[in-house]
Design a protein around this ligand. Structure first.
Ligand code: ARG
Length: 578
């Protein structure tokens, strides 16, 4: 259900009937202020300019031709030609009854499902997964869930950094360790393992040379070496999977399609670009010069795709990945969720891929960029001693802190219950704190604000959900038993009903713009509208008629399900009790 779209269609028809050219948009949007209707059609002004008439008169003409249908109660013209739209109460109630009857809350599947390749998480396996990969993982997973909910086919691509010169050092160290340990043991603490390898590389006589030999052997396809590499990769991926599991992230091993998968294609790709004159040799390196991205002086932006010594680069792999995703995976839309600091790199890759016609024009390439997670000191988030924060440790701390809060609030619960609530709240808080911020901005990581039970936080929404659900327990009624119409007798009920009906259009917007915070803001506003309703409209008190009770409980049910569904799309769980 997307009211905005429906109203837009109705007004478009009225405009055409009024003789306005079809390319003029009705520009329907939710009203910004109370007292101006529920929605507004603001297109009359632009249309008047286009056809050279008076905007207020044109607005009147549109209104004359309007088929209000069931959805519009009345309209009025305001100011220079705004059309304020008041929705019909009976229709609002009816759509919510219909939403209740549908397990998908009557949210339409998209008319034209796309194949969306979604590249996210993508940790580098030569390092421990750290907080830097948290944002990509959380944001990407929310987008994956939401696009799938809408009916798109989402192909997750975990573009793990599983190749490169750093592996020489790691494999040399691993082969030594395997003389006394098995691989599981040797790699049980990856952080420790990386540190040891690095120290040996920097300090131990002869080790750096061995590391370099390993790189050459690995690249040459040496069987022993590849076996070692495979062991290393497998165990590293398992470590990432533990994090995904803790985080309630949908990525699985079958979504891993790391950089190494493109190895065979890299020489082919470079040769092809050379043959086609798109890449040229420049001081021994192979370069694509991008005039499309020239600087102020007109110098094209250089993108190196093969180094002087013959090595390939991150950029080369990304070009191969774009080609693979468009041609093999048949993507209609390619989304890459990665740090804003990689903007130039991706813009180059996108521009070069277009230049080389690696993908049909219709396929979109989108960089879903995000800012940096900052510490309280306003610098990138680090441990107190200045080290990178391990993701696993961060998540454990979130659960510990949330469990302590829950234990203080509800000492009567059993330790097991407290631990389960603490897990759901702690993980939810970390994810929501991230998702609720405009992703392109930096944000400050703060335990107290993310774990607060007030404000735009996960605990607030999770708590709102349990409160709604508790009404049903107190009433001794299951939602499935409710019947009758949803009557919107008061302003608070009406405001809540309109909010609930806007869920579909919010999802459409997030799917289009890929900004999950828009969904968070919506859920927060919905919970606030519910609180206002709850204050104003008794549900179970004496004096409430049976019809009112049935109607209000149905509203409560749609609220609970909308919050639960919305949070689920963000990858956040809810609880019946907390
Ligand atoms: N592994 C990369 C990093 O940690 C992220 C990869 C993002 N995806 C891509 N196609 N470049 O920076």
């Amino acid at each position: 259900m997307n009211i905005r779209q429906q109203l837009n269609d109705i007004f478009q028809a009225a405009m055409i009937a009024a003789g306005i050219p079809a390319e003029c948009s009705p520009a329907v949007a939710p009203a910004k202020k109370a007292g101006f209707g529920d929605y507004q059609a603001n297109g009359a002004m632009a249309a008047a300019k286009k056809v050279g008439s008076n905007p207020r008169e044109l607005a009147a003409k549109i209104v004359d031709n309007l088929d209000k249908g069931e959805i519009i109660e009345k309209v009025e013209i305001a100011g220079p030609g705004f059309i304020n739209i008041h929705l019909n109460n009976a229709w609002l109630g009816k759509t919510l009854v219909a939403a209740r009857a549908d397990e998908h809350l009557n949210i339409d599947k998209v008319a034209e499902p796309q194949t969306v390749v979604l590249d996210y998480s993508a940790p580098n396996l030569a390092k421990e997964m750290h907080v830097g990969h948290l944002r990509s993982t959380i944001i990407g997973d929310a987008l994956a869930r939401l696009l799938e909910f809408q009916g798109h086919k989402v192909i997750r691509q975990n573009h793990m950094g599983d190749w490169g010169t750093q592996f020489g050092m790691l494999l040399a160290h691993l082969s030594d360790k395997l003389k006394s340990d098995d691989a599981e043991v040797a790699l049980s603490d990856l952080e420790q393992f990386y540190r040891e390898a690095k120290i040996r590389f920097d300090e131990e006589e002869g080790f750096a040379d061995r590391a370099r030999e390993y790189v050459v052997k690995l690249q040459g396809g040496d069987a022993e070496c590849l076996k070692l590499w495979q062991q290393f990769i497998d165990i590293s991926i398992s470590h990432s999977e533990e994090i995904y599991e803790k985080l309630n992230v949908t990525l699985t091993r079958s979504d891993v399609y790391g950089e190494s998968r493109y190895n065979d294609d890299l020489p082919v790709l470079v040769q092809e670009l050379l043959d086609r004159g798109i890449a040229v040799e420049d001081q021994g390196a192979i370069v694509v010069f991008l005039e499309e991205m020239a600087d102020k002086e007109g110098n094209p932006s250089p993108m190196i795709i093969r180094k002087k010594g013959g090595g390939y680069l991150y950029a080369t792999t990304d070009l191969a990945a774009i080609r693979y995703r468009a041609n093999q995976l048949k993507a209609d839309r390619i989304l890459i969720v990665v740090d804003a600091r990689q903007s130039l790199h991706l813009q180059q890759a996108f521009t070069a891929a277009r230049k080389a016609s690696f993908l049909p024009e219709s396929v979109t390439l989108e960089h879903c960029a995000f800012g940096t997670m900052m510490g309280e000191d306003g610098k990138p988030f680090k441990t107190r001693t200045g080290g990178t924060v391990k993701l696993a440790a961060l998540l454990d701390e979130a659960v510990e802190r949330a469990t302590a809060l829950v234990a203080a609030k509800n000492p009567e619960l059993s330790p097991e219950q407290q631990a389960e609530i603490g897990r759901v709240v702690g993980i939810g808080a970390v994810k929501y704190a991230d998702l609720s911020k405009t992703r392109t901005n930096d944000y400050v990581f703060n335990w107290d604000s993310m774990l607060a039970f007030e404000g735009n936080t996960a605990p607030y929404l999770q708590y709102a959900y349990t409160r709604v659900r508790s009404i049903f327990r107190r009433a001794g009624i299951a939602p499935s038993e409710l019947t009758g119409a949803i009557e919107l007798g008061t302003d608070a009920e009406r405001a809540l009903a309109i909010k609930l009906n806007q869920f579909g259009e919010v999802l459409d917007q997030v799917a289009k713009d890929t900004f999950p915070h828009v969904l968070c803001t919506y859920l927060y506003e919905l919970a606030s509208a519910y609180m206002a309703f709850y204050e104003a409209c008794p549900v179970l008190k004496e004096g409430v008629t049976e019809a009112q009770k049935q109607s209000r409980l149905q509203l409560c049910d749609v609220v609970a399900r909308t919050i639960a569904t919305g949070l689920d799309l963000l990858g956040i769980e809810v609880l019946e009790q907390m």
